[in-house]
Write a protein that binds this ligand. Structure first.
Ligand SMILES: Cc1cc2nc3c(=O)[nH]c(=O)nc-3n(C[C@H](O)[C@H](O)[C@H](O)COP(=O)(O)OP(=O)(O)OC[C@H]3O[C@@H](n4cnc5c(N)ncnc54)[C@H](O)[C@@H]3O)c2cc1C
Length: 336
């Protein structure tokens, strides 16, 4: 399949990219690695006349600020992110999530910003070009759903692997607009609406992710469940961060985020509350995993039924808790 014709514009800075985006309005799209956008253009799902490319702009290597927080450039490729020693030391959870994306080739093209801003997925929308020849579904401005034939809404899932990990780490995003720079908690980047998954608007560029790295005793785990275990999007993913009291016995706070089973990443607030203040144990992991399943309501998608995803989510959440707890007992003096 061929890409449609478009004008390729190479700005010399992020500020210029943002200005150009606003100038061209809905005719323009931002492109980084193109691994998500180009297939959609080939399938006729988006037809920008102008592509504003971030690809030629240099990405700053990850840095740690005086508060100990980690700053990661959104233009970094996932391959560079996964092999950054600074990221591995400060937030191994993020390295793990970045390394789980697609294949080595795609990680060398795909960027963190593109990963966080990728389009929602559905087999009847952006997995093949065939559906451009039939009556449009909700996601293509139509009024029907092919996945759930009598469905009244769109069921396209958001499948970024890095988003759940970063949300569990309490990351915030820096957004650059032509006249301002703003920061928002990463979870607020997502609307939960499959038809408009992101809260950023046309002239805005995601430039940086900031991850707080407290010096508490911490265990983390990222589980990505796929059928084949190869180059594959997640059937579901779960990212867990357990911050412990100084005694290493009681859990001070937990953050649990589930990915790929909804229109955006889903924080499991009830599960987090149930974990806080508790002594870690297998029974607790089982109880909280059940709570996580009951509050996240997995969407059926890509051939996985909701019942199957619920069963898998319980198992993967339990495993994530056990791995995070093992990390705590292995490195009791390590802030993780
Ligand atoms: C075969 C295959 C397998 C894949 N498997 C996975 C997987 O397992 N897990 C996973 O998470 N993803 C997967 N992907 C999706 C994709 O490759 C990655 O998400 C990748 O990180 C996207 O980054 P990119 O730079 O190529 O994005 P692009 O395609 O350049 O952009 C994606 C979207 O984000 C917008 N955008 C890009 N950069 C910015 C920015 N800085 N600010 C604001 N908006 C921006 C673009 O306008 C576009 O709408 C897969 C893709 C393919 C083709």
């Amino acid at each position: 399949m061929r890409l449609p014709k478009f004008e390729h514009v190479q700005p010399s800075s992020r500020e210029e990219a943002s200005r150009l985006l606003q100038e061209h309005g809905s005719r323009a799209r931002l492109v980084s690695g193109g691994t998500d956008l180009y297939p959609r253009m080939k399938y006729g799902l988006t037809r920008p006349d102008v592509l504003i490319s971030l690809k030629g702009l240099p990405a700053t290597p990850p840095t740690v600020d005086p508060n100990g927080d980690l700053h990661v450039d959104a233009l970094m490729t996932l391959a560079d992110l996964a092999r950054s020693q600074t990221v591995l030391e400060k937030t191994p959870l993020l390295s793990e999530a970045a390394l789980s994306v697609a294949s080595n080739q795609i990680r060398h093209m795909g960027t963190l910003g593109g990963n966080l801003c990728q389009e929602n997925r559905c087999p009847y929308y952006n997995q093949t070009h065939t559906f451009q020849f039939v009556e449009p579904c909700f996601k293509r401005n139509g009024d029907q759903c092919y996945l759930i034939p009598k469905g009244k809404k769109c069921w396209a899932v958001f499948s970024s692997d890095t988003a759940p990990a970063l949300i569990s780490l309490g990351a915030s995003a820096t957004i650059l607009a032509p006249k301002e720079r703003r920061q928002l908690p990463l979870e607020n980047l997502y609307t939960g609406d499959p038809l408009k998954p992101l809260t950023i608007s046309d002239g805005e560029v995601l430039t940086e992710i900031i991850i707080p790295c407290p010096l508490s005793l911490r265990g983390t785990a990222f589980m990505k469940f796929t059928l084949r275990g190869g180059m594959e999007y997640a059937a579901l993913s779960v990212a867990v961060v357990l911050d412990m009291e100084n005694d290493g016995v009681l859990c001070r706070a937990a953050r649990i985020t589930v990915g790929s089973v909804g229109a955006g990443p889903i924080r499991a607030g009830k599960g987090e509350n149930a974990m806080a203040g508790q002594r870690l144990s297998k029974n607790l992991f089982q109880e909280v995993a059940q709570l996580v399943v009951s509050e996240t309501h997995p969407f059926p998608h890509h051939g996985y039924s909701a019942a199957y995803l619920r069963a898998c989510l319980e198992v993967e959440t339990r495993r994530a808790f056990s791995l995070a707890a093992e990390q705590i007992t292995r490195n009791p003096g390590d802030p993780g």
